[in-house]
Structures are given as C-alpha cells and as structure tokens.
Design a protein. Structure first.
Length: 262
C-alpha cells in the first residue's frame, strides 16, 4: 500500500490503496514509517507525499473495527504519533500533494508535512462528530493555531468539510492548485528545494518547530487528544457512531456523559 521511489535526490512516498480511498490500517502506518526511514538513509534532499486515486487519505480504516474492543490509545500513541514525528523530523524539506478526502489520520500526515499544496476541490475537516469521537492526529493544534478558537470549534461542531481553496484562504495550508495540477506542482516545488541549501532549510525547519513548541505545541496537543479519544471509546455515542458508519446509516446520538477524562 505504501510505495517509495527516489529520483534525483527527491523521494516520493505514495499511498496506494485507492479502493479504500487510502484509508490507513496499522500495518500501513508501519510501512509508511519505514518508507521515511529508507528515504532518510538514502540522503534525499526533499520528499513528496501523495495519494493515489480519488483521495489523498480518508483517515483510519475502521471497516472491520469493533469499538468495544478497539485500543484507540494504543493505535494513536503506538502507530499514528510515531509516524507523524518521523515525518515532522525528516531531515530535509517535505511537501504534500493533497486531493479528495484529507481527514483524520490523513489530515495528521499533512499537519506533519512542511509544505502542503491542496487541490482546489479537496475536502478537509473534522467529520469525527459523526462517529461520536473527537478530532485527533494533531487536528486541534492545527485548527487553533491557524484558524483561532471560534472557527476551529465551528468546523469541529459542524463536521463540515471545506474545500482546498477555502482551506488555503483560511490559512490552513500553503497553496491551492487546480485539481489536475496538484501533483505536478508539488513535485516541482520539491525539485526546487532539492537543488537548494538543504542544511539551511533544515535549520529553518527546526527553528519553526521550536517556535511552535514554545506554546502548547503539536505533540502536547496530540497527547491530550489521545487521552480524550480513549475516554470517548467508553461512551454509548462512540459505539453508536461506529455502528452507524459501518452500517452506512445516520447515527442516533443520546449525548450521554463522558467518563474517565479529567
């Protein structure tokens, strides 16, 4: 499902499960981490992350998950966060080409990427309300940092997916590109970066990361998200949301109390 190619000092990592809109299984995240590790060992000077088919990434593949037995905390802390850290700390400029659905873990992969170009019609947001769950994979840090509290909570409460063009207008990502040009534009940007002063770029990357960490920071926010998501697993609404998604029906939430999160 994960394919790595390297050419002219540029690595390209492709998510290749178009039949499920590149929704990620645990083993896919392991393979993704290994692809970045291999690219790092190869000493590339830039990296492109993209998805095949109709979507960049539709998040976690929950098609066969039983919410009563699901180890959400283990999945987020043991699989998602390590991959995001590897992406964020990659020792060269990284670029994401985003199209179609970019939600959940898919959004997290883009959050960890240095520069993201999005197709104008891409769909970005937090549809977690339909699952009785909360935004994870660093989404709270991204939304709050770049949108402010009011617009962040508006997107979270509504579950509305915004287009790539609107996401860029709001400041979420770098540049909106015509749908059929987003991969080519991203590859061109990576090629330009690969011809530049790599160590100077890496120094700037680390300086920007340190500025983010002076506040709550992405990783502290992700830790809090992980705990919140694990606590939500114990609610009737979470189980109802999962069942409704798997059965392709509208959930009927009761709004019961959240237990186990202080």
């Amino acid at each position: 499902m994960i394919e790595l190619t390297i050419q002219d000092d540029v690595a390209e990592v492709a998510l290749r499960a178009p039949e499920r809109r590149n929704a990620l299984r645990p083993e896919d995240l392991d393979d993704l981490a290994e692809a970045y590790a291999e690219a790092e060992r190869a000493g590339v000077r830039a990296l492109v992350l993209r998805g095949e088919g109709r979507a960049f990434c539709a998040g976690r593949d929950i098609s066969g998950v039983d919410p009563r037995e699901d180890d959400v905390l283990g999945y987020l802390e043991g699989r998602v966060e390590p991959v995001m850290r590897r992406i964020a700390q990659f020792p060269a400029p990284t670029f994401g080409a985003a199209h179609g659905a970019c939600v959940g873990v898919g959004l997290g992969l883009l959050i960890a990427t240095d520069v993201v170009y999005v197709a104008e019609s891409a769909k970005i947001g937090s549809p977690f309300a339909n699952l009785g769950a909360t935004l994870d994979s660093g989404g709270h840090a991204l939304f709050f940092e770049r949108l402010g509290a009011h617009r962040a909570l508006d997107l979270i409460y509504s579950g509305r997916l915004i287009s790539g063009a609107e996401a860029v207008a709001l400041g979420l990502f770098s540049r909106a590109v015509a749908d059929d040009e987003v991969v080519a534009e991203t590859r061109a940007a990576a090629a330009r970066a690969a011809a530049g002063p790599t160590q100077a770029f890496v120094a700037s990357k680390r300086l920007i990361a340190s500025l983010r960490d002076d506040r709550v920071g992405l990783w502290r926010s992700m830790s809090d998200e992980n705990r919140a998501q694990a606590a939500l697993c114990d609610t009737d609404d979470y189980r109802e949301g999962f069942a409704a998604f798997q059965q392709k029906r509208t959930p009927a939430f009761g709004g019961g109390a959240l237990r186990g999160l202080s």
